[in-house]
Design a protein around this ligand. Sequence first.
Ligand code: TRP
Length: 460
Amino acid sequence: MAEDVAIDPWSTDGETDYSRIVNKFGLETVDHSTLPNPGMLHRRGIIFAHRDLDVATRCIRDKSPLGVLTGLMPSGRMHLGHSMVIEQVKWFQEHGADVTVAVADLEALATRGTSISQGRKIALDEYVLNYAALGLDPSETNVYFQSSRPEVQRLGFTLGRRTNLSEFESIYGFSGDTNLAHVQAPLVQVGDIVHPQLDEFGGLRPIVVPVGIDQDPHLRLTRDIVGKSNWFNIKEKKSGGLTISLSIQPENSSIFGIGNGGRVDRATRDDLFSNIIDSISSLGFADFSTNPKHGTIDIPGATRSDKYPIRMNLLGIERNLGGLGLMPPCSTYHRFAPGMTGGKMSSSKPETTIFMNDTIEEMSKKVNRSISGGRSTVEEHRRLGGDCSKDISFQYLQYFFEPEDSAIREIRRDYESGRLLAGEIKKICIEKATIWLKEISDNRDFWRGRTEDFIAQDSI
Ligand code: TRP
């Protein structure tokens, strides 16, 4: 969760109207019933929105390759808020996805002045150790540092050609006095998000990026840039069927048969089209209507659900012809758990959150002091019941500490009916948080000194 306003102007600052956010950013809402074994955060509606999650779940269903990517800012201490993304990463990993973790050491250097060596130490001692403790599988996890992966930086530069300052102005609210570090960092992040699709890092496959809503601007930027880089577009026709069209760019114009003066070279164009038709025919389509001059191929028999396999084939062709052949990333968005004292959680305000390595005493003290949904007197509480939507103990049981849905339902029922008092729900929260923190602390002891298994070869 970035505290950097210049980069994340739409961090939701107290914004809890999630349906407004969904509309404003053009997200899809999550239908949990379509997920195989939805995890706790899914079942409880904490993952509230997505982009192209169906592409990722299709890979899970078909057991075809799927990557998941997350990034961490190596600053401050890891706390509860950070653990939500890891829970999601774990869920995808348990369903067959490979995992890539970007340590944003260049971003921390550029935007916060954290040195590379300092960033490395914080990433390893604080974040990677806790990721291991939360249960990520080292044999399927690759942690790398932005500063050690030239391919990521090169992609950031290459793809920078597909955007401009106006887009940064509209996505991030930049203006003339914006520090250029804040222009560079999102481009490196685009490189992070896209690079697992490169042949050296697993090849063409969907990549899903679970994030908090504050990171959505980066996903919109990435999806937009990727779309502009694609050599082939696919559109649904109003009359039914799909149309493939060529996107002519300087790097593909001669391959696409554009000669001097913009004239179309028929022989080159015909070769390209038969190449495309051969590839799409292998998916079972037989009927095509082509317009080589305009650079379009209609597939009348194809429907919306054929878009994905057709796109994969076209991206394969683009790669064979020398293009990048990139897919737009999929993403999921989680709600932010409220801070313990009323505002947002923040690493720089320890009283607002529980750190992964807080002691039981520290945690208990914070829970006891946290915002309660109880009434001012016992009589009133018994009569009116507690307010779960305000009660931090209830919220944290639901977000983090109580894995059993039936237990959550019971606690809610008892609290709202007034049977359970504010002090009692705090006690339950402390008990469950104690179990949670102890397990993570034991796991940290196990993994300390052994996290090298998680680190990618280029970053050891
Ligand atoms: N910008 C992210 C943050 O502030 C860190 C990050 C870098 C990231 N690269 C990423 C997050 C890629 C998700 C995906 O926390």
